[in-house]
Design a binder for this molecule. Structure first.
Ligand SMILES: C[S@@+](CC[C@H](N)C(=O)[O-])C[C@H]1O[C@@H](n2cnc3c(N)ncnc32)[C@H](O)[C@@H]1O
Length: 222
């Protein structure tokens, strides 16, 4: 309900009618309901969230909307309550930055995706080292920055976990208003920050799990 997402992963997720979609950190269920419009009644959407109050809210919203192919499961996305190779598409909106073990989450995404399946994830990443005072302010301001990691490290985590066709579908700087910056930085420090290359970015990133090839015996593919 608070609309805390970083982007609109469902807009880029190429969800087709009949698909099974998993939304990581589904909150009140907003992205699940958008995904459901794309899967149609022949598809299925599973939202996972570890906060009982959010699961309760999402289930109440699904009930109100009369959707019976959207399911909410309580669990940690580092250990998803889902069997392997079930999802055509995984989406997530402003959640992985909150998870300390991002590598574990990408391993889990790889496990739950079908061969040939893909993800579109919107998240917050950093480029360069933010001034300490600003980093603290950004934590307070955006909430989602404290756990964010460097963009190149984020993309490398995706690559080392076996994904291919890694593409940034959308990238947008997160602009902190001057009146907030002034609480932490001098006008000169603000000018230096704004003219530099350091920043906080919202990205939507796509990647794919390889199609199963006949005779393949690599880990996760037999
Ligand atoms: C910023 S909100 C985003 C909610 C939703 N995706 C949206 O865009 O409206 C983050 C959500 O992720 C959930 N979350 C954070 N870490 C999680 C984890 N490790 N496993 C499952 N859910 C998690 C929180 O409970 C919260 O509902």
């Amino acid at each position: 309900d608070l609309g805390l997402g970083c982007g609109l992963p469902t807009q880029f997720a190429q969800i087709k009618p009949g698909n099974t979609v998993i939304d990581l950190g589904s909150g009140a269920g907003n992205d699940c309901f958008v995904a459901r419009a794309a899967t149609g009644v022949s598809g299925k959407v599973i939202g996972i969230d570890f906060t009982p109050a959010m699961i309760e809210k999402a289930r109440a919203n699904a009930e109100k909307l009369g959707f019976n192919n959207v399911e909410f499961r309580q669990g940690d996305i580092e250990q998803m309550p889902v069997t392997a190779n079930v999802a055509d598409v995984v989406v997530s909106n402003c959640v992985l930055n909150l998870v300390p073990n991002k590598d574990g989450v990408f391993k889990e995404i790889f496990r739950v995706l079908k061969p040939g399946g893909h993800f579109s994830i919107s998240d917050v990443v950093l480029v360069g080292n933010l001034p300490e005072a600003l980093r603290k302010d950004a934590e307070m301001y955006a909430g989602c920055v404290s756990g964010a990691i460097q963009k190149d490290v984020y993309l490398e985590l995706i690559r080392v976990n076996g994904f291919e066709n890694i593409t940034i579908q959308k990238e947008k700087p997160i602009i902190i208003p001057d009146d907030i910056l002034l609480n932490y930085l001098t006008p000169q420090e603000i000018a230096t920050f704004k003219n530099g290359t350091t920043g906080i970015f919202s990205i939507t990133v796509f990647a794919q799990k390889q199609e199963q090839t006949a005779g393949c015996c690599a880990p996760g593919c037999c």
